[in-house]
Each structure stands twice: as C-alpha cells, then as structure tokens.
Design a protein around this ligand. Sequence first.
Ligand code: 5GP
Length: 342
Amino acid sequence: LEFCQRLPKVELHAHLNGCVRDGTLKELAGQTLLGGQPMCLDQLVTLTELSKSSPTLGECFALFEVLHQVTTTHAAIRRIAREALEDFAADNVLYAEIRTTPKVRPEAGVAPESYMDSVFQGIEDYYLASRKPRGKDIHVRLLLSINRQRGVGEAMETVRLAAALRERGVVGVDLTGNPTQGEWLELRPALDLARKEGLKVSLEAGEGYNPSETQAMLEWRPDRLGHCCCLNPALEQALVRSGIPLEVCLTSNLLTRAVKSYGEHRFPLYYQSGHPLALCTDDPGILNTTLSREYAIASHAFKLTQRQLVALALGAASHTFLEEEEAEELRERMKAALPRDI
Ligand code: 5GP
C-alpha cells in the first residue's frame, strides 16, 4: 500500500456523492430535517453498515436515495466537493474526473444549475485553501451523470447543461444509475446529442448480465466504459477488439456482487490482452477505499509487479477526456512526480 500511495495517480471514475466522508455524512444527517423531523440516525447507520455487508445492486441504489436526502443542499454539496478533492490530493491523485448527477430538490431550493454552482464553489474552496503550487496540485474535470432511471427528458437536459458548462470544466457525460432500469434505446438519443455536442461519453455497462444491451453499447462506441464485469465470452472479445478504455472498480465490483471474488474478475483477461485500463474507486467514501488501495488490491489479487503498477498508473493518464495538449502535460506531470527510486 505504501508504494501505491507514493505512486502519482489518475482517477477517472468517481461519483461525487459516493466520495462523501463517513464523518461528514453523520454530521449532515444530524442537521437534516425530513418532513419537519430530524433525520433518524438509524437510517444512516443502516447505510454505513450496508456498505460493509456486500449489498446487492438494488440495495446500493436504495442506499443512495437515502444519502441524497442528506447531501442535496447547496452547502452540503459544496463541502463534499471540497473534501473529495482534499482526499484525492492527499492520496497523490494528480488528476481526477469526478462525475455527478445534477439534482432537483425544490424544498432545499436546489435546481440542476445551482447544484452545479455549488460543485464549482467546492472546487474553488479547495484551491483557495490548498498550499500546493498549481502545477503540483490535483487538476479536476467533471462529467455530468445521466441517471438511467429518470428517462430521456431529464437525460437531454443533463446533456444540454453539460454542453453549457464546458467552459467551467465539464468534459463529458456518463450513463449511470440502476442498470436494471431504463432502456438503452430510449436513452440513446441523449447520448447521440452529447456526441453531436462534442462531449465525451462514458457508459457504465455489464454490471449484471444483459448481453443485448452491452452489445448495443459496444456498437455505439463510447469513449470509455465502466465495469463490464458480466460479459459473455463473445462480448469480452468484442470489448478487446474495440479498444475502448475500461474503468475498473475492484472494491465496488466485489461489494456490489458484480463478481463473487477477485479470482473471478476479468481484469487478467483484459490486462493480458493489452487492453487500455484505468483502476478507479467508484465511491471511495461509501466503499471505504482509496485509489492507492485499489492499486494495492490489483497488485495483490493479480500479482502485479511495482513496474507494472507504474505502467498502469501512467497508462490511465492516456485515457482521460482532456484535449491532447493537456493530456500530454498531465503525462509529463505524472512522470515528474514518480518517486526517484521507481
Ligand atoms: P451522484 O451522481 O449523486 O454524485 O453520485 C451517486 C450516484 O452515482 C448514485 O445515485 C448512482 O446513480 C451512481 N452510482 C454510484 N455508484 C454506482 C455504481 O457502482 N454503478 C452505477 N451504475 N451507478 C453508480
């Protein structure tokens, strides 16, 4: 783990609300009124306990519904954004693409635009307090998440908002949320629009077995894919042939039961095929992990040497949604940040 902590890293798949610290969540719950009553802390205990006890995918999404009642205020989301950057920077992450679903919560005065303003304020708060020189500090970009449960109308709005916020660091969108809900064909027009707008697109795919959807997603050729744990052999080969970079979230895949054990994970197949991969955290706060820990898990489970871990970390810097010039600068920053003994 110590070696992985010293490694400069790039995070490409982290959900903002999944980054919330345990302590912050408890504090926010204590301040939250639901229907005029203080939020029952038992609900949150269940949530924290649940995340330790290998919830099913359905339970995970129910867990987020509770969490969002606590975190969807302007002040909370601003704080969570700042703390997320603090935590990534402390873990030697030099660049992070953080994704979040713009939310509506009228009772808290939250609309998608104002929600995003709070995220930007949180990022600014981080830089105001950071003592690191800008060139050595974490850089951040955002993806707006399309929640597949919420239909194509909201998806279109999310894409339009992402396009409008490009100047402020939004580089793309991702398709997220409960994979058992929402039809690919229904949602596709929103993703077509994103592509037309020049936004990058990542799709969370294959969290459960759904070969026809996964195949359709591969044929659509997104810029990146997440998970892809539950693919049949033909689709695994199709993924390898596609060369589409894959965001791998090991702890998440295990805890959400997308795989039963790391022994069953398809990482080795993709790794040995030379497929472009990026280790990521998914929900570091909720899953109690860090990117360093994900590298340590990969090293242990798949017997990777230190040299291979370095190559993996540097490789991830080539799969960002940055423009080529910025991506090159990141690769240089990564190399310069490698510890001398590596
Ligand atoms: P937010 O978008 O609210 O900042 O982050 C939480 C949201 O991310 C969840 O409500 C869910 O839609 C999405 N999310 C977090 N973890 C996962 C995951 O493992 N798989 C999928 N498909 N979506 C996730």
